[in-house]
Design a protein around this ligand. Sequence first.
Ligand code: TRP
Length: 465
Amino acid sequence: MVNVDVHVNYVHAQWSSRWVFVLAATGSAVGLGNIWKFPYMVGQGGGGAFVLVYLICIVLIGIPIMMSEVLLGRRARRSPVNTMRLLAQDEGASPAWQFVGWLGMATGFLILSFYSVVAGWTLAYVFRTASGLFAMENPERIKALFGVFVTDPQQVLAWHTLFMMMTTIIVARGVRAGLERAVKFMMPVLFILLLALVFYSMGSGGFDAGFEFLFHTDFNKLTPAVILGAMGQAFFSLSLGMGAILIYGSYLPQQSSIAGSTFMIVIADTVIALLAGLAVFPIVFANGLEPGAGPALIFETLPIAFGQMPGGLFWGTLFFVLLVFAAWTSAISLIEPAVAWLTETRGLGRVISAVLTGGLAWLLGILTIMSFSDWAFSFRFLGVEKTNGFFDIFDLLTTNITLPLGGILIALFAGWKIQRDHSREELTLRSHAGFEMWLFLTRFVSPVLVGVLLFYLLFGHYFNA
Ligand code: TRP
C-alpha cells in the first residue's frame, strides 16, 4: 500500500492492548497540567469564565484533534516527522507538511525543560512533606518556605536533574517495558487521593466560595488573555499539538477504536483537572489566600491542608509521590517523538537517543530555574504582567502559540489532505453521522476557532490602536 523511501523497515513496538494505549495516553495527558497549572491558570484567569472557555475548547477542539493525531500516527506508525512525510507522500500532498513534526519536536523540548523543573519542585515536596516541615504551620510560613526554596538554584537544579534522569531512564527502556508498567497502577491511585483531598476541602469552610469561584461565570472577565490562556490550557492538558498523542497512537494495535479511546482519555483528564480545582480553591478561600498566586499556588495551598488534617504527613507525602508519577508519565511523552525520530532516521539506539534528548531538555531547564531567582525579568503579554522571564516565555510560546499552531495544521492535514475513505477506514466509526461530525469539526470548526484566536493574539494590537 505504501510506496516510500523513508526507512521502510524500522518497526516500532506496539502496546499490548488498546487499554494500555488508553492508560498511556491518559498518563501523558494527566500531569502537572491538571494539578499544578489548571488551578493557577483558573486563579489568574478569574475563575468560572476561564473554566467555561476551557471546557468548550476541550469539546470542540480537543476531541477532534486528538482523534486526528491518533489516526495519523496509527496510519503511518512512525515518529511525527516521518508520519507527516510519509502520509503527505501517500496522499499526494506537499512534503512541507513534515514541518509539523519538526515544530512538535522543538515544542516538546521547550515544554519538557520547564516541566522537569516543576516536577523537581514536586519531588522536593515529597521529602519536605514527609519530614513534617508543614505540620501545623500557618499559611504565611508555608508561603515563605516555598519562596526560599525556589530561589535557591542549587537545590532546584539537583531535583530537576534527578527528575530528568528518571524520565530518560523510562524512555530509554522503551514503550513496553518502560511506559506501560509505569502507568498501569498509578492513575487509579492518584484519582482516589484527589477525591480524598476534595472531601477534606469540603470541610475546610471554604468549599462554597471555591465552588462558586470555579463554576460561576463572570463574562466581564473574558479578556483576550483569558480566552487564549484557556484554549492553550486545553492543548497543554490533553498533550495535543506536538505529536505526543500521535506517537502513542502509532503504537496502537490496528483494530482498536479511536473515538472510544479518545473519549475516555478526555473525560479522565477533564475530571482530574476539575477535582484539582475543587481541592485547591476551598483551601485558598478558607485561609484568605490569593487565587492569582501563579505557579506557586499548589505549593502554597496544599501543604496547609496536609499540615492540618489528621494523618496529613502520610496523605501529603503520598499525594506528592503520586503527582511525581503523574508528571513522570507525562514527561516521557514530551521526548518520545524526538526519540522515535532518532531511532528511525539516525539509526541510534533508544538509550543513546533518550540520553541526547533528555540532556538537551535538561540544559534548557536551567533557564527556567534561573527565572525564579537571579535571572528573573518581567514583561507584559496581552496586558498581563509576567515576572518569571524565560519560564514565562517558554510557557507562553508553547502553550499559546506552537501547540495551537501545530493543532491547526494537524486538523487541516487530517481533515483535508487525508482522503475521506482513508480516514473513515482508520477511524472505524460505527455511525455515519459520527464520522461526518468528526470531519466537520476537524475541517472547519477547530482550525477556524483556533486560527481566529491565534490571529488575534499575534496581530490584534494592530486593530485596537
Ligand atoms: N498534558 C501534560 C500535563 O497536563 C503535559 C504534556 C505531556 C504535554 N505531553 C504533552 C503538553 C504534549 C503538551 C504537549 O501535565
